[in-house]
Design a protein around this ligand. Sequence first.
Ligand code: G6P
Length: 372
Amino acid sequence: AAAEKGGYDYFMLKEIAEQPKAVADTLLGRIDAAGSLTLDEVRIDAAELRETDKVVIVACGTAFHAGLIAKYAIEHWTRIPCEVELASEFRYRDPILDARTLVVAISQSGETMDTLMALRHAREQGARVLAICNTNGSTIPRESDAVLYTHAGPEVAVASTKAFLTQLVACYLVALYLGQVRGTQWGDEIRAVIRDLSRIGGAVERVLETMEPVRELARSLAEKNTVLFLGRHVGYPVALEGALKLKELAYMHAEGFAAGELKHGPIALIDEDLPVVVVVPSPRGRSLLHGKIVSNIQEIRARGARTIVIAEEGDEAVVPYADHLIRIPATPTLLQPLVATVPLQVFACELATARGNEVDQPRNLAKSVTVE
Ligand code: G6P
């Protein structure tokens, strides 16, 4: 078994380390020499994709968080309205679907019953279904109109890591492809993003090389009961994912909030020495949001919280308010989740270890849930 784990103590650690390759493999063969996308495997007719007037993403757990992030990219690059819904809720509310709806079902295993039932419902209503899946020939891609496989390789640890990063890449490819097919005004930006995406594996690698202080921090928090996570824009689903990882692995009470919502309730939770992780958007581009989140960090720190700040290299504005500062490489706004999630995975894994929990097989959880 030690050999299977490639020298790591846990599959999860091995899978976290494999992320740069997983990301690169998922891009491989999908971008041509001219920097355009070649997604022939998406067998949905280009004419049909041009007529698409709504995208609906269905997924569960970590895959749902990938979907929440994808919405920002899809709406920005395609101007097609996009909804994201928990697969388990979807068919019970009589969703509005027709032949012009593109349903994207995201699933690592391809066997999650909630997601399968959602896609069956979508197809019954005449919608086209595109699966984003990591498991060749599994049920969800077999029952979909088209599939874009993520090439993360087998993921063994119950808590999803490399599959999540590749789901994000696949979602971006779908968004960019839709943009390309529909010839949006973002042509130049799309080419630039494709170029940035093809370099993102290197940025993930750099994050992985600087994780020792994050592990140390995690060990120092092993006795805590609660950790909060805040983010905005694409950093909000990253906060949700950080909280989910901590629940799954450390069995701690963890919640993710949109930082702008803090003042509408969650700030009442801030207490002396409460650890609060804040995912900070880039000060470039989204400078308005950046300023607002910096004031959030000030507010929670003024109330005694212990601030753990994830911010891009060169962001000096956060320094005075960060009890712990975790640096990530600068990326375009929409790509930040690919680097910002990694320290949160390491954080949860190390906390689980420090608390004596089973990292690869957390209690009560299954890798793939084949019941509704
Ligand atoms: C289970 C796993 C989660 C996973 C979810 C969706 O609950 O424990 O880690 O995110 O299923 O799995 P899928 O295979 O559909 O991505």
